[in-house]
Each structure stands twice: as C-alpha cells, then as structure tokens.
Design a binder for this molecule. Structure first.
Ligand SMILES: [Zn+2]
Length: 415
C-alpha cells in the first residue's frame, strides 16, 4: 500500500510539475488529489528555507518572522526563546543578553542601593549583593504566573546564580517588584525573577495552551534538499513553492499567511499563547526548521496551514494530514496527531460548510517527521477549484476557516 501510494504521489507530483492548474479527476477518485496536494504542500513547506536546517537557524527564523510580523507573536517567540535558552543555558553569561536589557538598571540600582544601607544598618545582606531598587519597589503579596520559561535567581541581577529555571505558567507569590526584578517566594526563601516575565494570575487570560502556527511556504521556494526525518537517507526539497492558483491570482504562500494571521488573532482572543513560524513572505525556513520552531517552543499543538491543488478542477474540500502509527520518526505521537487532525478537520468543515475530504496518514512529510510535538497539516481547500479558490480569497471565508480551526483546537484540548 505504502509503496503504491508513494509511487502514485510521485507520479502525481510529476504530473503537477508538467501541467498548470487543474486537470483530470483521476486523483479525486483515488484520493490522490490529496496526496498530490499534500506532497505539494509539504514540499512546498520544506522548500522554503535556505537555511541549513539546524535548530538554531530555525529559532532565528522564528524570531525574525515574528519580529517582522506582529508584536504579540514576537513577544512570545522571543520571550520563550531567549529567556528559555538563557535560562536553561547559562545563567550569567547568556542570561545577560536577554535579561540585561531590563536587568541593567535594576541591577545597578540594586547594587548601589544595597551597598549604602548595609553599611549603615548592618543588614544581613552582603555589602555587594544586588537588591531591589528601593525607590521604585512596590511591596505587596500577589499571585503571579510566568509567561515564559524563565530563570529564578538568587539575587536581582543577571550575574547572580540561577536557582532554577521555571517553566512557562509556573505560579509564585510575589512579595516585591521594582519594575525590573520581582522578589518571589520559593521553598521558603526569597528569589528573583525578571518582572517582564510575570503577570498577575488574576489578569491571566492565557488558557494554558501554546499553539505554533506555520503559514505554509514562503515568497520563494528552496529546492535544496534536507532529510525527510531525523536520520533519514531520503531527502526532499527544503520548501516547495506551493500550489498555484487558478482564479484569484493569489499564491498559496499569500493565502496561508493571511489565514494564519487571522487564526493567530482568533486563538489569542481565546486565551491561547501563539508563536508564528513566519509573519512575512521574505523568509527562508525549511520544513524541518519549521518543525524545530514548534519543538523548541514546546508547542501543545503545531498547525501547518496549506492549500491544496489538483489536476482535477472539480476537486474541492478540506483535508488534514497526520503521520501513520508506524512513523519511524515520531510514531509515538500518532494518536495525538490523529486526534488533532480529526478535530481540526471537523472544526474547519463545520465552520465553512466546505466538503469534508479525509485525514491523510503519511510519513512523507518532513515538516511532520521532524516534530516532537503533536502536529497536523490542514489543507484548507483546492486553489485549483474556481469556486473554492474564490472562497478562500474572501476575507469572511478566511475568518470562518480560522474560527473553525480554532474550534478544532478547543475540541482537541477539551476546552
Ligand atoms: Zn502547500
């Protein structure tokens, strides 16, 4: 079956490459259109990057993308990334980079502040130990939550020892906040966390779930090759150029970003934390790097947004893609991916009234195989079908798609 399917997909890809938009309906009958599209989608995604596929690059990519795009995604991506890494890596050296910006003034102020009083009052603190800035500090007990993985330090300075790295959404009781550093209680003692990574628990609308959205493809594909999975000898293009449109003139990479941005807004309004793989077309992020972004962010779900194409212009409807249970790279995530794919498909179909295709299980997608988090690809519709192409170019329809995908995520998480 597999071999047959893969063979068919290859044929289809070749056929697609040779032909323009929309053709015969063979695919449709065999369920191949999906294959084609998927293959399309994936290769497309995988093309994009020009980078070398390592996780570092991927991270950069995320941050840049977010930077270009929207502020919220940015904050999240950067926050998670830099803090996380700093926190996890090394407290003093690395940590400085990210925490310094905010930590500088505090640390300085603290050091001086601490020096003075200690001489006079003979307090227990060592003379040189940094302390909160007393001029700006507000002392009150309140419950706070970390908005990112962040260092918990023994003193309010990036030079201080990291007592532990708190995961995103860790809860603390804060006893003081000077605007840069917050004092928190932990294990019966006082520690310090950069204030910008804390928010009042009472003001937290975060529902606790982090979703990474990959707007499929990019402005220019990247035909350089990368392994289709960890340790794989088989390779695929880093990012394909994407499905071509027939009616509206919209490119797949434009459509996927347009819907992805709406999905981001919808999810954030529902309390999700969202990280965007890209927010502009001018990126070069391979499929494996896109997976790495989701992995590094610790995504609870990774949604890869694509549109389909078929040689049969009559083909229409939505389908989702997940790995098989025998996937050699991440088959352990099969049941989660399957459930995610079912929920997203149902949500999108219910919200749009589009034709329900099916869930394609395949191990040929690099952007899935490299994942260590639950993932699905949603093929929102066929750009080779005149009606569906026009629908997908419509802002209202795009919003319904986004609402439907968000409904699917709610269902997946049991919200
Ligand atoms: Zn695609």
């Amino acid at each position: 079956m597999k071999i047959y399917k893969r063979w068919m997909v290859c044929l289809l890809i070749m056929a697609l490459a040779l032909s323009g938009c929309g053709n015969s309906g063979k695919n449709a009958e065999n369920g191949q259109p999906a294959g084609i599209q998927k293959a399309d989608a994936e290769s497309g995604q995988e093309h994009a990057d020009g980078g070398s596929g390592d996780s570092e690059a991927a991270r950069d990519g995320t941050e840049e993308g977010a930077g270009t795009g929207d502020s919220s995604a940015d904050g999240t991506a950067q926050g998670t990334d830099s803090k996380d890494k700093d926190g996890a890596k090394d407290a003093s050296a690395d940590g400085k980079g990210s925490e310094n910006g905010s930590g500088d003034s505090a640390a300085d102020g603290a050091a001086q502040g601490a020096g003075d009083p200690s001489e006079k009052d003979g307090k227990t603190k060592e003379p040189e130990a940094p302390a909160l800035n007393k001029e700006t500090a507000v002392y009150s007990r309140e419950e706070v939550v970390t908005t990112s993985s962040v260092n918990v330090r023994t003193a309010p300075s990036t030079d201080s020892e990291v007592y532990q790295t708190a995961a995103r959404r860790s809860e603390f009781v804060r006893t003081a906040d000077d605007g840069t550093w917050s004092a928190v209680e932990l294990d019966g003692k006082e520690y310090y966390v950069a204030s910008e990574y804390l928010m009042l628990k009472s003001e937290m609308k975060d529902n606790g779930f982090l979703v990474v959205i990959d707007a499929g493809h990019q402005g220019k594909g990247n035909s350089e090759q990368e392994p289709i999975g960890p340790g794989a000898s088989e390779t695929k293009a880093k990012v394909a150029s994407g499905t071509s449109r027939c009616v509206t003139g919209l490119n797949e990479y434009e459509l996927t970003l347009s819907v992805s941005l709406k999905l981001q807004a919808e999810l954030e309004a529902r309390g999700y934390q969202v990280v965007m793989v890209r927010t502009s077309h001018d990126v070069n992020i391979s499929n494996s790097e896109r997976a790495a972004i989701a992995n590094n962010a610790g995504a609870d779900a990774f949604i890869r947004v694509h549109a389909n194409g078929s040689e049969d212009s009559g083909q229409n409807g939505i389908l989702t893609i997940c790995p098989t249970s025998a996937n050699p790279y991440m088959g352990n995530l099969y049941s989660q991916c399957r459930s995610l794919s079912e929920c997203v498909l149902d949500g999108a179909v219910n919200a749009t009234g589009a034709n329900k295709q099916y869930i394609w299980e395949t191990d040929s997608m690099s952007g899935i195989n490299w994942c260590t988090v639950p993932v699905t690809i949603v093929e929102m519709g066929f750009m080779t079908n005149p009606t569906e192409d026009a629908n997908m170019a419509d802002e209202g329809y795009q919003q319904r798609l986004s609402t439907g995908i968000a409904d699917g995520l709610d269902a997946y998480f049991g919200i």
